[in-house]
Design a protein around this ligand. Structure first.
Ligand SMILES: NC(=O)c1ccc[n+]([C@@H]2O[C@H](COP(=O)([O-])OP(=O)(O)OC[C@H]3O[C@@H](n4cnc5c(N)ncnc54)[C@H](O)[C@@H]3O)[C@@H](O)[C@H]2O)c1
Ligand SMILES: O=C(O)C(=O)C[C@@H](O)[C@H](O)[C@H](O)COP(=O)(O)O
Ligand SMILES: [Zn+2]
Length: 362
């Protein structure tokens, strides 16, 4: 039996990340997150699996309370301003007041969109993240970045809105499609790559267990990832400094997702490719040894993730998307590079010609 764990996120708006099996049914935990009405937002693949359980647990947590829900089509293509508008319309229809809580039940798409709706409704009501993908458990449910995509770029419209609580029910991973488990492992690898080289050793040693869905290995990977993310966002909630390290691989990855119209590689896969590109960029700039790129590539491949860009993407279009990356400044693009495994940093002034060479595979 896997013991539940928790990770505290401090700062101006502290909250707890609870990790363990059965949390979607945990009436006591849910009761502690609920002040007024509850409104669950989910997608049409997660809702048939878990919505009823959550609604029933919320009913037990607050007998007689009003519990509404709204379900959007699954997938990145739903993370749009139009769907955000629909979510707000559903919230308005439900008549949520300022003491209401939005529950984001699903992966990062649901978490980002529902979080943004909670941030915007009446200028901000509580949001509780109930992540059901590995990626959402290790990354998107934590830290308060909420957003939707535009055709011009990822997450371009959004707000920082920290959750009131995160309840990661590891039992939900049992129904997660293997492709989505692998996508989550990309963001897990990211923590090792940016700040924790020994974690990469651990991931190499436990790769088979993680891929097999071993409960203990997954719980350890989630807790360790959340501890890293919590420490970083606690220090720098609004990304004025080293929170940007969490964007390792994302300048390339987001450009790929946008270039594919949010219908090709999923986020974790694009980040896997992007991290290899960032390592290759670091290598080209003379910052890190080729051996570290090779190690990163091998680990991602072991996790069944892509490590090179899909064919047919135009370098000019990718660079145009990168110029709208949120790390870019008037002085140009900024990248997260590394000096080797576990040692990432922000770098400004990277010549576009060098980026083009990396995109060209040189
Ligand atoms: N806010 C942040 O800090 C942050 C961090 C990382 C990623 N993100 C965002 O998160 C999104 C990606 O999230 P994701 O990878 O979770 O994708 P996702 O939300 O699209 O979920 C992936 C798929 O898995 C299905 N699914 C979810 N849980 C399931 C379960 N338990 N059983 C069966 N199916 C399940 C979903 O319906 C969906 O089809 C991207 O939009 C990305 O930009 C945000
Ligand atoms: O929490 C963060 O900060 C991150 O950068 C985590 C990323 O994994 C995530 O994909 C995030 O949504 C990217 O943020 P963005 O500011 O580049 O849109
Ligand atoms: Zn990400």
């Amino acid at each position: 039996m896997i013991q539940p764990r928790s990770v505290a996120v401090g700062g101006a708006h502290p909250y707890t990340i609870s990790i363990g099996p059965g949390l979607l049914d945990d009436t006591a935990l849910l009761a502690g997150t609920l002040r007024g009405d509850a409104f669950v937002i989910s997608d049409d693949q997660v809702a048939p699996l878990y919505l009823q359980r959550v609604v029933e647990a919320l009913s037990r947590a607050r007998p007689g309370g009003r519990i509404g829900h709204w379900v959007l089509p699954a997938g990145e293509a739903s993370k749009t301003l139009a769907r955000f508008g629909e979510a707000i319309a559903a919230i308005a229809e439900a008549g949520l007041r300022r003491d209401a809580t939005v529950y984001a039940l699903g992966g990062g798409v649901v978490g980002d969109l529902a979080g943004f709706a909670a941030a915007a409704w009446m200028r901000g009501i509580d949001c509780v993240q109930l992540p059901t993908t590995l990626l959402a458990m290790v990354d998107s449910s934590v830290g308060g970045k909420t957003a939707v995509d535009l055709p011009q770029g990822k997450n371009l419209v959004g707000a920082f809105h920290p959750p009131r609580a995160v309840l990661a029910d590891t039992g939900a991973l049992r129904t997660l499609p293997p492709r989505e488990l692998r996508a989550g492992l990309a963001e897990v690898v990211k923590y090792g790559a940016i700040v924790d080289a020994p974690f990469l050793d651990w991931l190499e040693a436990n790769a088979d267990a993680l891929l097999a869905g071993d409960d203990a290995a997954l719980a350890e990977a989630i807790a360790r990832s959340c501890a890293h993310k919590a420490a970083i966002v606690e220090r720098d909630p609004y990304e004025h400094g080293d929170r940007a390290l969490l964007n390792f691989g994302h300048t390339f990855g987001h450009a790929i997702e946008t270039g594919q119209g949010y219908g090709g590689l999923n986020h974790g896969e694009a980040v896997a490719v992007g991290m290899v590109q960032a390592a290759r960029l670091s290598e080209r700039l003379g910052l890190a040894p080729a051996a570290d790129t090779a190690r990163l590539r091998a680990l991602l491949q072991r996790f069944g993730l892509p490590v090179s860009p899909p064919p047919g993407l135009d370098a000019d279009a990718l660079l145009a998307h990168m110029r709208l990356d949120k790390k870019a400044q008037s002085g140009g693009l900024r990248f997260i590079v590394w000096d080797g495994a576990g040692r990432a940093r922000v770098l400004a002034g990277v010549p576009e010609a060098t980026v083009r060479a990396v995109l060209a595979g040189d």
